[in-house]
Design a protein around this ligand. Structure first.
Ligand code: N01
Length: 533
């Protein structure tokens, strides 16, 4: 590649978002270069190879809808897809649409600067690439900046330590080892039961107990798969128009009005069905503390039923945040794992981690020997992967500077002062509160249509109007403030990262409503955007 290589568009990332963005832009006849840090496609599904890694959205819904042929030919094998199966699917997509030839793997974008004279982005990578492109699309994922807390002594640990989101590709044999797992979010909750099967002993360090609902994963029934395939157009439409991008529309009724018996039946039915749609039991679970407490107490009662030791059951019972305000988890045998004699739970609020020693984890009360440490400690969500790139817009404005007090976007798609820079599932869009594939497809299609129209109209640059951005941010905050989400110290609010501004990042209005808004904006000639020739 020459230092002056020029493309119509550069895309950062080759996960679900980047692959489809490349396909769409190439379909418009554009020259596109994708840069991807990993050595293969897949994004989050390339990196998250920890034991038990699996999606909590059902296979038949966690897939692209843009190609009816792809939809029909791919056979999912389980109700919830495992990481290896999703990765195989994405590799198939990359081959089927001949995407790899435009992707530069093993290459991290380090810098992107907007050149106002030429209306191009000048992009640099850690491999020395210097390229220019009219359009820059970040498809970097919302949960890709893995974070290991700064425990004193961590570097002194003699054994291996692995973050779940950076799991070694060759796998890790934990047979007969003493394993310390720090963190009990979705990754911890999925991996702990599988690790416990192999390890000699597992010590789980829990700071916040989470609500988890069983997955009841099973082989996908062929009849169900055929039925979905026969009805895909209508089902996909329903998903796009829904609140969450999932097929289960949720019950709009009130938990408070339901009465004890009816409510218990509904919760039992949702528990028996399994999965994140437990949250859809009643419309007021997300907004009324009292309604939420009914659902929360139902889960706590289940924990007491499953976990034999009442003290351990109580430690595992979430009490400091409403159900659903931290991402609800979906598990296979999580709570029952604590009935094993070789699994110990340490509540680090009561007994904090003091340091990592060469041979284990020391809390205020004890030393916990370990051969391996698993950090299931999460991500610098949503903004982390974007701010890891040194991005400068008009007048040398840096994105890190602009977002010092929290991310600011118009529709989660663009941020004022950074023309022609699009973000797929950026902060201010439904993203992590939805079925990501539905949100990714909506953004990719909106961006591709926008680029096509700009090119046809001879428009050199599109930028968000700062006033439209202010209004959108006010709206995002206002509706988040009407929900219980703001009551939890969650990564949705950046609360897991010391010093990160506390701003609720995703848009809670729902994917259907949001899509309509984006479509109206485009139909009105990109209302709220400034176009320049
Ligand atoms: O990360 P998390 P994750 N000392 O941030 C704890 C998606 N996902 O990788 O809650 C001690 O949720 C932290 O404690 P606290 C999904 O959207 C999906 O599990 O901050 N503990 C928490 O328990 C999910 O929400 C799937 O008090 C510390 C844990 O580490 C998102 O990714 C699977 C600590 C981090 O949990 C992130 O999930 C996996 C410290 N200093 C992930 N710092 C599925 O599809 C952090 N913790 C199923």
């Amino acid at each position: 590649m020459t230092p002056q290589a020029r493309y119509d568009a550069v895309v950062v990332g080759a996960g679900f978002a980047g692959l489809y963005m490349l396909h769409r832009l190439r379909g418009l006849g554009l020259s596109v270069r994708v840069f991807e840090t990993g050595d293969g496609v897949g994004g989050t599904w390339y990196w998250n190879r920890y034991p038990g890694a699996r999606c909590d959205v059902e296979s038949m819904q966690y897939s692209y809808s843009f190609s009816p042929e792809l939809e029909q030919e791919w056979e999912w094998t389980e109700r919830y897809p495992s990481q290896p199966e999703i990765l195989r699917y994405l590799e198939h997509v990359a081959d089927r649409f001949d995407l790899r030839r435009d992707i530069r793997f093993g290459t991290r974008v380090t810098r992107a600067a907007y050149d106002e004279t030429e209306h191009v982005w000048r992009v640099e990578t850690d491999r020395g690439d210097r390229v220019a492109a009219r359009h820059l699309v970040t498809a970097v994922g919302c949960l890709s900046a893995a974070r290991v807390p700064d425990f004193p002594g961590a570097a002194s640990f003699r054994g291996p330590s692995h973050h779940t989101g950076r799991w070694p590709h060759e796998g890790v044999d934990l047979t007969g080892l003493r394993v310390a797992v720090i963190g009990t979010g979705s990754s911890g909750i999925q991996s702990i039961p599988v690790i416990a099967e192999q390890a000699a002993h597992v010590t789980v360090f829990q700071r916040t107990p989470n609500y988890s609902v069983p997955a009841w994963n099973r082989p996908l029934e062929p009849e169900y798969q055929s039925w979905v395939k026969a009805n895909y157009p209508g089902l996909r439409r329903a998903m796009r128009e829904s609140h969450t991008g999932l097929l289960d529309p949720g019950n709009p009724g009130s938990a408070l009005e339901a009465g004890d018996e009816k409510r218990a039946r509904e919760f039992e039915a949702r528990w028996a069905k399994g999965g994140v749609t437990f949250l859809g039991a009643y419309g007021d679970i997300g907004i009324s503390s009292e309604a939420n407490e009914h659902a929360a107490e139902f889960v706590r009662a289940k924990i007491r039923e499953i976990v034999a030791d009442p003290e351990v059951a109580e430690k595992l019972s979430p009490r400091n945040h409403p159900l659903g305000t931290k991402r609800i988890c979906v598990d296979t045998g999580y709570y029952a794992t604590f009935n094993r004699p070789d699994v110990t739970l340490v509540d680090v609020r009561e007994d904090p981690i003091v340091e990592i020693t060469p041979t284990g984890v020391r809390t205020a009360a004890a030393e916990h020997p370990a051969d391996v440490i698993v950090y299931a400690t999460g991500y610098d969500a949503m903004t982390g992967p974007l701010l890891a790139i040194d991005i400068t817009g008009k007048g040398g404005l840096s994105l890190r500077r602009k977002w010092e007090a929290g991310p600011r976007t118009y529709l989660g798609l663009m941020t004022a002062g950074f023309p022609n820079l699009f973000t797929v599932t950026g902060p201010g869009s439904p993203s992590v509160l939805s079925n990501m594939i539905v949100s990714i497809e909506q953004h990719v299609e909106w961006i591709a249509d926008c680029v096509a129209r700009l090119r046809a109209g001879g428009v050199a640059a599109i930028d968000a109007d700062p006033l439209a951005e202010d209004a959108w941010m006010a709206h995002v905050n206002e509706i988040a403030g009407q929900t219980l989400f703001v009551r939890a110290d969650s990564w949705y609010l950046g609360a897991n990262i010391p010093g990160k501004p506390r701003v609720f990042m995703p848009y809670v209005g729902g994917v259907g409503v949001y899509r309509e808004k984006c479509d109206q904006v485009a139909a009105a000639g990109y209302e709220g955007f400034v176009l320049s020739s």
